[in-house]
Write a protein that binds this ligand. Structure first.
Ligand code: MEV
Length: 431
């Protein structure tokens, strides 16, 4: 129950709501309404459900009281390995879908390649008094590889049925402030799943055996999001006849900036992740895992750098490439419970995790190319302002065709203010 303490005229609220998870939806909303001082209208809005109903959402995460809406847009013009692809994006940022579509239109087609879907599970083993003891423990583990892999194999029969399963065992000894530790890597082929559940379960399953063999104590047993064995590469060519030599040189200058300055590389990669995350979200994938993996990969050589690379090919065209880990699936996880994610995958036509990974990499490259082209030539504010003008027009009450008319006037005047949008609308309506 909520406790509101009246103290010297101050209402002290508490976020401690015991057994919130046991409350009905109505009770949850009532608690939140009171705490957040929400109006009846605001509470009623939270009670509206779209494609994800309360029961499903409540099975996906804990303490659900509503769902969160995001626009779902489609990026057009993508041709990946000769296949025409429409790509669903779920995100709130203007211009990202348009930028990806436009880059894909200018590109003479993308070629992509994904590695096998091998994820790494890590088991940490502690309790070694000396480095020699830890190294001896590791040696014993490595001599029993076969049995350990068999133990891991006994976990996930579905994965094995579809041709996946544990593949390899690797290990190392690390020196830390807390002493020497053995770190075991269990490499697992997760097929078309994101893989975290299967890998984590396998790591937990082999952990008693690892303790028995090494004489140490296992602590963490968890997947690594730095999926260096599950990577994707994509390449796009933008012809010099299409872009012009000046634009190509401008994009190359922009790329060199990112390649030599980590402040710029971070923003450069953010633009790449704009599209990648949006597709990951639309398809029900764990975009936080992809983000973590991407940035760790960007720093794998010691310095943080761009995930893309640009150069001129022998004919003077702009050749762009991207390479990053891509742990995405088409089955399992939240994908199964989210109908919209399933439909998004169907639109994409991705029949496997690898196919999805390839489309996503092309999107990342396309968004990056669009950003570099805009930033190194006219700047990105122009495109943003167009959308901004439309939003201002709609907020001013413009309907249908009026939105474009008001937006066009705002753009022409270069004034992006709500008040001016209202004035222009008044003028249009008075005509
Ligand atoms: C904005 O969301 C993304 C950009 O900042 C990316 C970039 O600077 O390359 C435009």
């Amino acid at each position: 129950m909520r406790l509101d303490l009246e103290l010297e005229g101050l209402c002290l609220k508490t976020s401690k709501i015991p057994k919130f998870y046991e409350k009905s939806l109505g009770e949850r909303l009532a608690e939140i309404k009171e705490f957040g001082e929400l109006s009846e209208e605001e509470t009623a809005l939270l009670g509206k459900y779209g494609n994800l109903d309360f029961e499903t959402a409540n099975r996906m995460i804990e303490n659900v009281f509503s769902t969160f809406p995001l626009p779902l847009g489609i990026a057009t013009n993508f041709v990946v390995n000769g296949r025409e692809v429409l790509v669903p994006f779920a995100l709130e940022e203007p211009s990202v879908v348009a930028a990806a579509s436009n880059s894909a239109k200018l590109c003479s087609g993308f070629e992509a390649k994904a590695s096998e879907p091998i994820m790494i599970g890590q088991v940490q083993i502690v309790g070694f008094k000396t480095g020699a003891k830890a190294r001896a423990g590791l040696k014993k583990i490595m001599s029993r590889k076969k049995g350990i892999l068999e133990k891991a194999m006994s976990v996930d029969s579905t994965l094995v049925k579809f041709g996946g399963g544990p593949r390899k065992l690797e290990g190392k000894v690390i020196s830390t402030k807390a002493g020497k530790m053995i770190i075991v890597h269990l490499l697992v082929d997760v097929r078309d799943a994101m893989g975290a559940n299967a890998v984590n379960t396998m790591c937990e399953r082999i952990s008693p055996l690892l303790e028995e063999i090494s004489g140490g104590k296992t602590r963490l047993k968890i997947i690594s999001n730095l999926a260096v064995h599950r990577t994707v590469k994509a390449k796009g060519i933008w012809k010099k006849e299409v872009l012009g030599k000046e634009v190509i040189d401008a994009v190359l200058d922009a790329y060199e900036f990112a390649a030599n300055d980590e402040f710029r590389a971070c923003t450069h990669n953010k633009g790449i992740m704009n599209g990648i995350d949006a597709v990951a979200i639309a398809t029900g994938n764990d975009w936080r895992a992809i983000e973590a993996g991407a940035h760790a990969y960007a720093a794998r050589e010691g310095n943080y750098g761009p995930l893309t690379h640009y150069e001129k090919d022998a004919d003077g065209n702009l050749a762009g490439t991207i390479e990053l880990p891509m742990a995405v699936g088409t089955v399992g996880g939240s994908i199964g419970s989210n109908q919209v994610a399933k439909i998004a995958l169907k639109i994409l036509g991705a029949k496997s995790g690898k196919e999805l990974a390839m489309a996503i990499a092309c999107v990342g490259l396309a968004n990056n190319f669009a950003a570099l082209r805009a930033l190194s030539t006219s700047g990105i504010q122009k495109g943003h302002m167009r959308l901004n003008a439309r939003n201002l027009a709609a907020a001013a009450g413009a309907q249908g065709k009026e939105i474009e008319e008001v937006a066009a006037s705002l753009e022409k005047e270069g004034v992006y203010k709500a008040e001016r949008a209202r004035e222009i609308l008044k003028i249009i309506r008075s005509k």
